[in-house]
Design a protein around this ligand. Structure first.
Ligand SMILES: [Zn+2]
Ligand SMILES: [Zn+2]
Length: 62
C-alpha cells in the first residue's frame, strides 16, 4: 500500500501531513499500484482515476 499523496510506501515514514492534506485535496497516486491518478474536479468534490484500478470519487460530504 502506498501513500496516495506522496506515493511512498505507507510503512516508510510518517504520513500524518499527507493524511491532513487528503482531507481537502484529491489523491495523486493510487494506493494500490502507485500509478499517478488522473484527477478531475467535480461539482461535488473530485474524481481520481487509476488506469488499472478505475475511478475513485471523493467521499460524500452530505
Ligand atoms: Zn505520504
Ligand atoms: Zn491503481
Amino acid at each position: 500500500m502506498y501513500c496516495e499523496t506522496c506515493g511512498k510506501p505507507l510503512t516508510e515514514n510518517e504520513h500524518s501531513v499527507c493524511r491532513a492534506r487528503q482531507e481537502i485535496n484529491p489523491p495523486r497516486f493510487c494506493g494500490r499500484c502507485r500509478r499517478r491518478m488522473v484527477v478531475q474536479i467535480t461539482p461535488t468534490g473530485w474524481a481520481a482515476r487509476c488506469g488499472v484500478h478505475g475511478e475513485r470519487q471523493s467521499p460524500a460530504t452530505t
